[in-house]
Design a protein around this ligand. Sequence first.
Ligand SMILES: [Fe+2]
Length: 463
Amino acid sequence: MIHTNYRGCKEWCDGGLPMSTTSDEATKMFDATLSQYVGFRDETSVGGMAKTMERMLSADPEFVMGRVIVNGLTVVGMGKSPRWDKQLRQSIDEMVRLAETRKITKRETKHVEAIKLLSDGYMYEATQVWEDILVDHPTDILALKQGQDAYYRLGKPVQMRDSIARVLPHWDASIPLYAYLPGFYAFGLCETDHWNEAEKSANKGIELIPTSSWATHVLAHVYEMQGRTQEGISHLSTTLDNWTDHSSAPLANHIFWHWAVFHIERGEYTAALDLFDSQVSECTVRQISVRDMAWLNSAGVTVGQERWEDVAEVCRPRLDEHTSVFNDCHLLMACLSAKKSSDVDHLIGSIKTYVMEVGTGTQHKLFETVGKAMTRSLVAYGEGRYSDAVRILNPHRYSIIDIGGSNAQRDVFKLFLINAAIRSNTPEHRRLARSLVIERKAYKPDSPMTDRLMERVMALHDN
Ligand SMILES: [Fe+2]
């Protein structure tokens, strides 16, 4: 059942999570914000996410946990950084000032510390603070969900799974928002290749909340990982009304991507492109579609210059953001595919400046360890230097997980390396292409796309 009986000050206190405010309206709107965040929903009865947060802070402008959830969502949910967003910088400073001047609990102090670390670029360090909170407060679902989001972005699926496993025995159906936990756990299980357990947990999540777009989406991941494409398409088409409802909109575009991937696996490229054109059409979300299109491209689908140019246009204002290596690699793929050499040069130059200027933090380290190789390899491929693309990326392929995302999303880079190796004029690379496809077949035996790749690599001449 969707949680809408929002908790006032007393209820939060009774649940062992006291809030340092006297405003019932503020804590109720905090709960409403949390409920929408955890449920990937936009709850119209409270005016949607943005309006809820506005109501929360106007009820008590000095509500520290209100500042925590707003700032956390701005950094993780919207991908903003105080490095380039002055408003966010001021909001973080104000949160820290309030935490120092108002009487707040130890748990709330830790939440402030975590968001400060997160906004300064220390995402992994922030997860350690959230885990610390969860040891004493296992039902603090804000710490739990922020940890899930961070682990996803840090490419740490084992931590994502175990974080939920540790707190589950402390929960039961009487605790608000419990119904979302099986869906969270299912994702960690799926990303660590426990597919049968993941399927059970996702189904439990759907049973508890049939309109849970997250649990529905995780089940699509399970079908994808097991090559169960027809079941995947059937699952998404029969639940379409549940996850395309206005309140489920935050995840709908991504779920359509999963749907398109099922078609790509089956070689139904026109159906995949139709989904892209008809469903991922709003300009505001088009940057998300970069990864969808790059995926299509790497899977051998002709995306078309017009579509790429359209996406590159939306990417242009984001070239100096450097939210993550994951995002920058996708922006680069869009610029390269659209053949916008000035944008490519701009992005590469901007990444170099970012790495030199920022000097610390999770993403900075990632650019040094794997991001540099990935961007250099992508550029080499874009310039037709396929042998260089393979030579640069191949030694780093087991580190690509560090850039975050799901196994399904990162598959674009596995496909990229195979395609580069196929196109390389170096005989060793064509033999490498064969061994990579054999590896792919062993991991996911029932993938029609892998079978098509196998046919291609077996037909290659390697001398
Ligand atoms: Fe997904």
